[in-house]
Design a protein around this ligand. Structure first.
Ligand SMILES: [Zn+2]
Length: 260
């Protein structure tokens, strides 16, 4: 998911951490700027506080670079508002699901579903969003859990054209723009299910279609159930394997000692 759904949580993390997430600096600066404005600081105070925050956490701190990034964040927050984003769920309706199912191509269905979820989230964040999604197709594919195919721009454009031809999406006419408008949003028909956990959320669609989808026994993340072995997501499974190996080694070492 390319959008931060709970900005308060991110503010907490950023303030508690002794490090600064440089890779996502734009997002971190945005939420901290909101936080300090909400705290009652003025522009200059926000700027100074952020500069101190970064200097304390970044190894090679170059003041003039960071100040221009901070100023950019402040400008944007002033333009778009200080209200914190907090999306706890997205409702999906029966009509929307039916429209997606009618595509009749598993991968493209998943892509359409991801577009739908993004549009609904962005509509909640910006009241005048009007069903637009400005997310790169490579990030859409990632959320759709599609790892094979669609690597070339031509293939990606083909998928978008199919969805445009079916009337499900409408591409922005602007050149060099990755915006798509989702045209099958429906807030009136019955809600089929709500998404409240956004880890691998595309699986909620496959579960609706009847695929065998379960929850990881450790972290409850959605997973595709392929056998009857115990249910773990990949991360939890790796973690468990490591622990079991450690445990086995301990037992083995203990037995060795007894033998001596
Ligand atoms: Zn797990």
């Amino acid at each position: 998911m390319k959008i931060v759904l709970n900005e308060q949580e991110l503010i907490h993390k950023a303030l508690e951490s002794k490090e600064f997430d440089e890779k996502n600096y734009g997002i971190v600066l945005r939420v901290l700027t909101k936080h300090y404005f909400l705290f009652g600081m003025d522009k200059q105070q926000v700027k100074d506080t952020l500069a101190v925050h970064i200097r304390e956490r970044v190894k090679k701190y170059i003041h003039k670079d960071w100040i221009s990034r901070i100023e950019y964040a402040i400008k944007n927050v002033q333009k778009y508002g200080v209200e914190l984003v907090n999306i706890d769920k997205v409702d999906i309706t029966e009509t929307e699901l039916q429209r997606i199912k009618d595509i009749n191509d598993n991968d493209i269905e998943k892509i359409a579903f991801v577009y739908l979820v993004y549009a609904k989230i962005l509509n909640k964040i910006k009241s005048n969003n009007d069903n637009w999604v400005g997310i790169k197709i490579k990030d859409i594919l990632k959320d759709a859990l599609i790892t094979k195919g669609y690597k070339s721009i031509r293939e990606q454009q083909t998928v978008l054209r199919i969805l445009n031809d079916m009337g499900l999406l409408r591409s922005s006419k602007k050149v060099d723009n990755t915006s798509e408008r989702v045209c099958f949003i429906d807030y009136t028909s019955d809600i089929s299910f709500s998404i409240n956990d956004f880890r691998d959320y595309v699986l909620t669609y496959l579960r609706w279609k009847g695929e065998n989808i379960g929850n990881c026994e450790t972290c409850s993340k959605l997973i595709q159930v392929k056998s009857n072995r115990k249910l773990y997501c990949l991360e939890c499974w790796h973690h468990r394997e490591k622990e079991l190996k450690k445990q086995w080694k301990r037992e083995h070492d203990k037995n060795k000692k007894v033998e001596v």
